[in-house]
Design a protein around this ligand. Structure first.
Ligand SMILES: Cc1cc2nc3c(=O)[nH]c(=O)nc-3n(C[C@H](O)[C@H](O)[C@H](O)COP(=O)(O)OP(=O)(O)OC[C@H]3O[C@@H](n4cnc5c(N)ncnc54)[C@H](O)[C@@H]3O)c2cc1C
Length: 465
């Protein structure tokens, strides 16, 4: 990984806009460029574009979309911005938050109307911190269908996608403009590509254990659940370029990954009434604060384990999610007719577990009675038959990255913007504050889609100027 002075370099080919990474951010940026009549080139290190987008649940939060309107949901930039800021305890750049939120709904409309991406509103429950139903997802609730739809749309729109092309070098002029990139093929062959604008859409550093240990040491030994090809290349180039970075210690964790099966168990089980207990059969966290910060809390428990406890009503909710269906098929979901059997099947102490469930039932009568601060009064208490899943905490993706402005232009440490360098998605700093607790569900794909759209349009405008 290097930044090389271009000094009259000649390139094997030259394109108007090069995009590093073929996840949601790269695809959305490319579609935005292509719509203006300019043909962009995506460089993707894998044989098939997927990224963390392909591993995700594909839920993109957005406000003011036609899909929301059709369901009678009133949402706007102010409300979504407030939800994001509140989750991050105000530790966000509000100009960035508002710029991203303003683009979110129109970007969803455009993806659906102009590029035939199939998205539906996720209804029936709210993720923690969201005051409106605003998750737009493929009907399957699987990111593999989101990236699949985007890839087909990119082909249809004439976007060039070069796979098995890992970008290793950036070429920079004396004036500080990006003039081209160097790529490496799986057989070691090197090629160079000149460009008038470059968009970094190569996500964060979750797949790079050295960077994880440096910036988020509490996750150094945690299982990384995202795409392994995300090695932090954007921030490594950024360091050489003198680019500013923000919130490098910020990340999305998740406290409910079935163990040892390694399958994401939807947090909807917790928001809708389930609880998380430790090996002592006791609750140790407020499950309604969000799933990101729960990873660290679960990892701090004995053997880094916890158990999701819920009932038939929530089991049926879980069955809406393909991951949950898979978890059940693989035997991760245990059922029991009563508490005694539940304790036995999960290997938890019966008396303590019974006490925990009795306490939670009591908390439903008074919203302020839970010592951990959760309001149990809005959902019915858990009823037999009971269900349980052994889970652990995982790192899903990093949220820190290159500091960008509201046009997705990468900023230098002195605050000035690079002329033709843009970043979107996980390559850019997120909207989640400095740590794990600031992540509002969906902040990942929000900045992939909305910043991808902003970056693509800004790059196209630059070429056309
Ligand atoms: C299990 C899981 C579930 C999730 N669910 C959700 C969800 O429902 N909603 C949500 O908002 N977020 C979710 N997230 C987070 C979300 O997946 C990411 O925030 C989002 O996909 C980031 O998009 P991206 O385009 O920036 O990165 P990616 O989709 O990871 O794409 C980056 C691409 O860049 C490529 N690349 C990297 N370096 C190079 C290089 N040097 N040269 C060429 N190519 C390169 C990679 O191979 C990859 O294809 C989830 C994450 C996980 C792990």
């Amino acid at each position: 990984m290097a930044v090389i002075p271009s000094q009259n370099s000649t390139f094997d080919i030259t394109v108007p806009v090069a995009i590093v990474g073929g996840g949601a951010a790269g695809m959305v940026a490319a579609l935005s460029v292509a719509d203006t009549g300019i043909t962009p080139l995506i460089l993707e290190r894998d044989a098939i574009p997927s990224g963390s987008t392909g591993l995700s649940s594909g839920m993109v939060p957005a406000c003011g979309s036609k899909i929301q309107a059709a369901e009678g949901i009133e949402d706007n930039v102010k409300i979504l911005s407030q939800d994001i800021s509140q989750k991050a305890h105000g530790e966000v750049d509000m100009a960035m938050v508002e710029a991203v939120c303003a683009v979110s709904g129109p970007a969803i409309d455009w993806l659906v109307d102009s590029h035939a991406i199939e998205l539906t509103l996720v209804s029936g429950f709210l993720y923690p911190g969201h005051s409106r139903l605003r998750m737009h997802a493929p009907p399957s609730r699987q990111g593999v269908d989101l990236i699949g739809g985007l890839t087909v749309a990119a082909e249809r729109a004439g976007v060039d996608v070069m796979t098995e092309a890992r970008v290793v070098d950036l070429y920079i002029s004396e004036q500080g403009d990006i003039e081209g990139i160097g790529i490496e093929r799986p057989d070691g062959a090197q090629e160079t590509i000149g460009c008038q604008a470059l968009i970094l859409a190569c996500n964060g550093y979750g797949g790079n254990p050295d960077l994880v240990a440096r910036y988020i040491p509490e996750m150094a030994t945690a299982n990384y659940f995202g795409h392994s090809g995300n090695q932090g290349d954007a921030i490594l180039w950024g360091a050489e370029l003198g680019a500013a970075t923000s919130y490098l210690g910020s990340y999305q964790g998740h406290g409910s990954v079935a163990h040892p099966h390694g399958i994401l168990i939807t947090w909807a089980l917790m928001t809708e009434g389930g609880i998380l207990v430790n090996a002592a059969g006791q609750r140790f966290t407020n499950e309604h604060e969000g799933y990101s910060e729960q990873a660290r809390r679960v990892l701090a428990e004995q053997d880094s384990l916890a158990w999701d406890i819920y009932d038939q009503r929530l089991h049926e909710l879980g069955l809406q999610f393909e991951d949950y269906v898979q978890a059940e098929k693989m035997g991760a979901v245990k059922t029991a007719a009563n508490i005694e059997e539940l304790a036995k099947v999960l290997g938890l102490p019966e008396v303590a577990l019974a006490q925990t469930l009795a306490d939670c039932r009591r908390y439903t009568k008074d919203p302020s009675s839970d010592p951990l601060g959760r309001d149990f009064s809005t959902k019915p208490p858990l009823e037999p038959p009971f269900f349980g899943i052994k889970v652990t905490g995982s790192l899903f993706h990093t949220q820190g990255g290159l500091t960008v402005d509201t046009e997705a232009r990468v900023l230098r440490q002195d605050g000035s913007a690079f002329g033709n360098l843009f970043a979107a998605g996980g390559a850019a700093a997120g909207l989640s504050g400095p740590a794990d607790w600031g992540y509002l569900s969906g902040n990942g794909l929000l900045t992939a889609v909305a910043l991808g759209r902003i970056a693509g349009l800004a790059a196209a405008k630059l070429i056309q100027a």
